[in-house]
Design a protein around this ligand. Sequence first.
Ligand code: FPP
Length: 261
Amino acid sequence: MEMEGFAPSGSREAELLQKIDESRLPRHLAVIMDGNGRWAGSRSLPRVAGHRAGIESVREIVESSARLGMEALTLYAFSVENWKRPRSEVRTLMALLKKYLRQELGQIHANNIRFLAIGRIRELEASVREELRHAMRVTAKNTGMHLYVALNYSGRAEIVDAFNLLLRERRKNGDTAPVDEEAIARRLYTSAVPDPDLLIRTSGEMRISNFLLWQIAYSEIYITPTYWPDFRRLHLLEAILEYQKRDRRYGGIQAPCEGKP
Ligand code: FPP
């Protein structure tokens, strides 16, 4: 595909971009950003230096995904399990998130991106909640890419939340009809967008770690050894190309190629 100003001509990024089929981009990309601590450790730096460097990757992947024309990007920034980390690390992660939003909101808004925090947001500290609400309010009417940032997130808790919401509504309406998949899917945090086509996990771990459990039922999974702070536009393009080589069957058989007898 062609895209002016995306990558300098002659660069590896430009070469990869040429090979990408614009009509088969993932509509929704989900990312488990892992390896910040190891990135820092391999440079004898404190773990928080890895998170700080990881912000640069967030900035580049958000901008690149929006420019490529994706409908949604979901980033796993803080799981319910992450509270077990040292208090100072948790504090730094929250501070970095606030800093990112303060610095990037203008650009996010200018790129017509809609920012949404997902997870049990009410359990976060007030100053973080305020920053998130502000970003959501400012970008609420944007019509471009949905940027979901998962915070205090758990895939199981998301399904429980959807179920409880459904139960409350049913009690109110006196509805006793059987529940179907659609009823749950419509109450998930990401119900406004299609399920992820592609799930990327950085730093080589072969786990899902309680991320978007319902939504990734048919997602293609791409695991790269690259640590998150090193994962940039080039790596995103590599992942998309690999995704475009996959044969997605959704449990069926290979579709016959169009135009072939
Ligand atoms: C995983 O690395 C990364 C995280 C737990 C946090 C990701 C958060 C950011 C990049 C910053 C804030 C986010 C946004 C969206 C602005 P790890 O610490 O688990 O690495 P390790 O497995 O090597 O220890």
